[in-house]
Design a binder for this molecule. Structure first.
Ligand SMILES: [Zn+2]
Length: 360
């Protein structure tokens, strides 16, 4: 869906109650600037009605501190959506994923507020039959800069699994944007295809996602693959794949995802105990990554990192991995130092580079 973006300006008046103020769209209908006084008092908390493209939106205006304001959507009209791309960095204030505004300060300290919206319509989510026993579920997810349309094609008898995956996808893309600060970098519409019998569990990048049979590729696989929409260009594997597993895992926990039997945490912890310090246990940056021993060790490692340095450390690594071609060992040491580690080798030894374990 092409977003029909437009911009309107609402001037806050000192005389008329804000709730009574209506601004007619579309963009060309900018009201004339009015004189106004004491915006502090005015902006404490008002309900503002915006009349855009034939639809009324109720917006709560909050005063925060002396000069900052928040605009908050209080109706359930999800159509109130913001094209942040239209604003310069200096101008934009993201309040929630739905709202943004632009505040302008008059030389006399007066305030004007522009409200922005990308679209007054978000299409309804649908499920429709397709050919050959497939059906297509289409969902619309309002994101930082766009309404993302995801088209998920799966075999019809897997509808209930597909619904759970779809729901998780909605959360994952919103959260991964928030974690990295990077607007959804994939195609819109974005296609997810179930390919029963596909040799891998899943495969994804910015262009599309493949999942093998949904009895094998469960929610954790989807949460993992969705990470690759962001980090597919970044290496090495212990970071790219390790974070796909671990960030996906955090998402599963957050949304109470259903793990498959083979994905049990007890299972991989027991497996780790079995091969730790054997010849199967290699420093993660020193050998070609494998999806059995390497992946298990990696999960344990990122869990430890989270415990020691917090979620923000995980997000910082994810962001680095999504914006730069390579996260080198030195980059990783630098990140550790930034998060308060005085002796990065204490962390690296045994886990990432050759040496005895000094941290677990
Ligand atoms: Zn992967």
């Amino acid at each position: 869906m092409k977003i029909n973006a437009f911009l309107i300006t609402a001037t806050l008046l000192s005389v008329a109650p804000l709730a009574a103020q209506e601004v007619e769209g579309p963009a060309s209908a900018h009201p004339a600037t009015q004189d106004f006084t004491t915006p502090d008092r005015l902006l404490k908390q008002r309900i503002h009605t915006l009349h855009l493209d034939g639809t009324k939106y109720r917006v709560e205006i909050l005063k925060v501190g002396d000069t900052r304001m928040k605009a908050k959507r209080i109706s359930d009209q999800k159509e109130f959506e913001i094209p942040l791309a239209m604003l310069s960095k200096k101008q934009k204030r993201l309040v929630t994923e739905w709202q943004a505004f632009n505040e302008l300060h008059h030389p006399e300290g007066l305030v004007e507020t522009e409200f922005l919206t990308a679209s007054s319509k978000v299409d309804k989510d649908t499920i429709v039959p397709d050919t050959d026993g497939y059906e297509v579920s289409t969902i619309n997810i309002p994101l930082m800069e766009t309404v993302l349309k995801v088209q998920f094609k799966y075999t019809r008898e897997k509808r209930s699994q597909a619904k759970r995956l779809t729901n998780l996808m909605k959360h994952a893309v919103v959260d991964y944007e928030a974690m990295t600060g990077i607007p959804f970098p994939g195609l819109n519409p974005y296609e997810i295809l179930e390919k029963p019998g596909y040799a891998n569990l899943g495969l994804a990048g910015p262009t599309d996602m493949w999942l093998c049979g949904l009895d094998k590729a469960g929610e954790w696989v989807l949460a993992h693959e969705a990470v690759h929409i962001w980090n597919s260009g970044g290496g090495p594997s212990w970071v790219g794949e390790g974070l796909a597993d671990y960030v996906g895992y955090l998402e599963m926990i957050k949304y109470d995802g259903v793990f498959l039997e083979v994905e049990s945490r007890e299972g991989y912890i027991a497996f780790w105990d079995e091969f730790k310090n054997t010849d199967k246990d290699y420093p993660l940056s020193e050998k070609k990554y494998d999806y059995t021993y390497g992946a298990t060790k990696n999960m344990i490692f990122w869990e430890l990192m989270n415990k020691e340095f917090g979620d923000e450390f995980i997000y910082a690594c994810f962001t680095h991995n999504s914006t730069q071609p390579r996260l080198t060992n030195d980059d990783f040491r630098e990140l550790l130092t930034k998060f308060g580690e005085k002796d990065p080798e204490r962390i690296m030894s045994g886990w990432i580079v050759k040496g005895d374990y000094r941290f677990d």
